[in-house]
Design a protein around this ligand. Sequence first.
Ligand code: FES
Length: 154
Amino acid sequence: MSEENKTSNKPTSKPSAFTARRQFIQIGIAALGAAWLGVLVQSKIFPAQGASQEAKPVEFPLSELPVGGTKSLLYGGQPALVLRTPESIRAYSLICTHLGCTVQWQADKQEFYCPCHDGLFDQFGEVLAGPPPVPLEQLPVRVEGDMVIVGEVV
Ligand code: FES
């Protein structure tokens, strides 16, 4: 028996290069599968923060929005709020920029509050406290005649 055969018949405790490479590939495939599953689960738990439906402009009479008042509506399938002050009319998405919970307008404090993680935004949507990384999304709004129009005409 040649020297080569003697060594190849010996049981070895170390995996061969082929076995190690195969394990590496299997682990890599498993990691990719786990990452894909994580993204899938996250997308189901926390749907995209942007409008999931095509956002068509929403109109309502200006008379429904007195100075100092608000008007709730759905824009692109997402809750939104229009605020009217003596100086301006502004509209904001009510989807929190942290993890997508719905924020609440607190008229007495003139702030948006997110109950999920105590996120707080001022009346201009700017972050005051909590984990939200960026301001609330401001939506385009304009007045034409006696109608308020929220959203862009595409
Ligand atoms: Fe709003 Fe976390 S989802 S603060």
